[in-house]
Design a protein around this ligand. Sequence first.
Ligand code: PA5
Length: 427
Amino acid sequence: MITYDYKYMIYPSIKENSPSQYDFFQINFSKESLTFRDLIFDDTSKIKKVGEFIRSKFKYYVIVGIGGSDLGSRVIAEAFKSKSNTEVLFIGANTDPMEISDFFENIDIKDCIFNVISKSGETVEVISNFLYIVSQIKDKLGEDKVKDHIIITTAEEGSTLLNLGRKFSLKIIEGKKDVGDRFSALSVIGLLTADVLGLDIDKFLEGAKDIDKKTENGEPKENDPLMFAELNFINYKKFGKNMSVVMPYSAKLHNFGFWYRQLWAESLGKKDKEGNNIGITPIASLGSTDQHSQIQLYNDGPNDKIITFIEVSQFDELVEIDTLTKEADYLYKKSFNDIIHIERKSTSISLMENSRANGTIYLDKINEENIGGLFYFFELSVSYLGFLLGVDTFNQPGVEKGKQYMYALLGKEEFKDLKYKLEKIDE
Ligand code: PA5
């Protein structure tokens, strides 16, 4: 179960620069048009078949992707212990030569299946890693083995990746053309990772459907993702709070912060319909670790942020301290479970007393339903917030521009003129 506690986001707990009960408003927003919503009603049998094949044959399932093709899977791989004999690894989210060479030095390539994932099928990081993987397989196992160790996932007919996939006779998984990358955690991209780990992928979708049922109403007090969006919106528009921190108190959810950061930044940071530059900067933080770095700034620095903790009420393990010492007797028989809850609570109260708005999303535990629900909670929230801010939540013109400049400078034929222009600028 997922719940949102926002009492320290509003007046009277937050005395200065805070919304009150009366600031909330109903919205008229239809979820029908949200393409990522269709995913949660999809049939998962094809994904399970591919998952079973991978689990039965390979020790390592290696995801080769970047941004939305990679971050959701990272959340899943970190949050859960594998229940299968296959481990999930990642390469391709960077072009750091050291990372790439370390990866191939330390792995036996015959144990690996690489899923090269790119919705557009053109992204430089992914295509360059793909080409390198092909050469590694050729060198170490022989050319005829390339097709046994690489599959591709893409959505664009005619794309470079799809053409390469056909050229090397690779198995091709069709991605969803109409679902933006950063909203694809609950598509074949994230769910195949979960299946390879031996998780119940239908439960991810059940968790998302549960949130979907609870968000029929355009009244924020009866719709937590909408309340979360409105609190961000009011704090941004009325009180100039233009940063939003998400701070899970669980190392298992560290990557969730990075997934959130991409979803939030690419969906909301752009020009609105009138041409104004809009954006609430997302910050990924981790409790309790960052209590000892960022919290100083959040408490005593400018009051320009809102903070959202994610608390896991019940952890799978109970870890207790049973060393009694005079010096630290207050910790005797305390569990780390208690300590981490107390740390979040103390941080939350201390921020509140300083009029720093903070809310908490509670997961009763880390399980498939709740991780599916959490992805969906944020996807919905960001859609509501994009609607309120008047931006096109689902495009990313700033990312596309950078991609085109890269193609040009790397010498892709159709960007020849742009290359000339860019080289002139940077002479
Ligand atoms: O969300 C987005 O659209 C981007 O950040 C993409 O995730 C990223 O650029 C990778 O794109 P692709 O999957 O087309 O390789």
